[in-house]
Design a protein. Structure first.
Length: 358
């Protein structure tokens, strides 16, 4: 943020005979110079301009001080720097780093700052599918959703043999009376529960949802869109979906099986599953007590639920004994034993969530 300059000097104890003073007369100073690295990254992939291209600006050009690309850049850079609220931009519009990132050091009109304040940015935030008299900036949601996928695809010189798509849902806490807020017992707070899809470090999708929904809600629709987009460019690539037990739902697994997409999901434990690996848990317990170290066994078997699954599926169990207690874990997958052995499947593939398999 821009500092308010003062010419007052502050004196301190001398150091080896040298006077030590502090002053606030540095002029226009920013505390966010690290944002220059963000600007360099954006110039390499042109994300801001491409994102801005997903909007249509019906404002009168002669009366427009801040272009859509400037507004989009402010919000992206501001959020990346930790300034989440539009109100922050009433100060940030005077920050020299924002002017540098926008490539606009001065405004055309004397009463304006180089970049926009909260009121102008609010017009972008309230953009509609079609421009109206009072909302003259509109957006194209299809183009916005496709942008992240296009950036991901263009990052590869040649199609990889396989990609792993990681699905996740996590809390986005709210601290007021926001519309749609819901108290989530697992996260112990009022929050939203957005859906994310990653491939390694690449974000492919981010969908805001209320926290009262199942973790996998909307996953089939997002995966359908993403897989179709990837296969349009890379028709022969092998695709694996990976997620925790919140996504081990019949609808998503059945979709994968019908569309040639592999999956590897965590599976919530229950008494029936634990009974299935009783022998392996007993063996692990004996070994752990003998060695004083954690011990684990793996078991590979076919399994189905009593009513929710449409077929029997491959389940891999980790029968672990650690800290003098059982720690069983389970995953369900479409990968065959010939493709991936039980231990490797669990330890190297499932536990590597967040990494891209090339």
């Amino acid at each position: 943020m821009r500092t308010n300059c003062s010419t007052d000097l502050f004196g301190f104890t001398e150091v080896e005979g040298h006077e030590l003073v502090a002053a606030f007369d540095g002029g226009a100073i920013t505390s966010d110079a690290g944002a220059l690295l963000l600007g360099a990254a954006d110039r390499a992939i042109e994300l801001i301009n491409r994102f801005a291209g997903c909007f249509h600006d019906a404002r009168c050009p002669e009366l427009t001080e801040h272009q859509v690309a400037t507004l989009v850049g402010q919000r992206v850079f501001g959020i990346a720097l930790g300034y989440e609220d539009l109100n922050d931009h009433d100060d940030l519009r005077h920050d020299p780093i924002m002017a540098v990132l926008a490539g606009k050091l001065t405004a055309r009109r004397g009463e304006c700052a180089p970049v926009a304040g909260k009121s102008t940015l609010n017009r972008l935030e309230l953009s509609r599918l079609q421009p109206t008299r009072y909302h003259k900036i509109s957006h194209n949601p299809v183009a916005i959703r496709s942008l992240f996928l296009d950036v991901f695809l263009e990052a590869h010189e040649r199609p990889p043999r396989e990609v792993t798509l990681d699905l996740d849902a996590t809390d986005d806490p709210v601290h007021g009376e926001q519309e749609g807020r819901f108290f989530h017992g697992y996260y112990d707070c009022y929050c939203y529960l957005p859906l994310y899809v990653f491939c390694g470090r690449h974000l492919l999708a981010s969908k805001l949802r209320v926290a009262s929904l199942d973790a996998a809600h909307g996953a089939v629709e997002e995966v359908t869109r993403i897989v179709a987009h990837i296969r349009q460019r890379w028709p022969r690539v092998r695709i694996l979906l990976r997620a925790d037990s919140g996504f081990a739902r019949e609808e998503l697994m059945a979709w994968c099986e019908a569309n040639g997409v592999h999956f590897l999901f965590g599976l919530a434990k229950n008494d029936r599953l634990i009974a299935e690996i009783k022998t392996e848990l007993d063996q692990a317990a004996v070994q752990s007590r003998r060695t004083g170290k954690p011990a684990r066994r793996f078991k590979d078997f076919r399994w189905t639920t009593r009513s929710s699954w449409s077929r029997r599926r491959r389940v891999v169990a980790k029968a672990e004994w650690t800290k003098d207690e059982a720690n069983p874990r389970f995953v369900v997958t479409s990968l065959t034993r010939a493709e991936c052995k039980a231990r490797y499947l669990y330890e190297k593939v499932y536990c590597a969530r967040g990494d891209m398999v090339g």
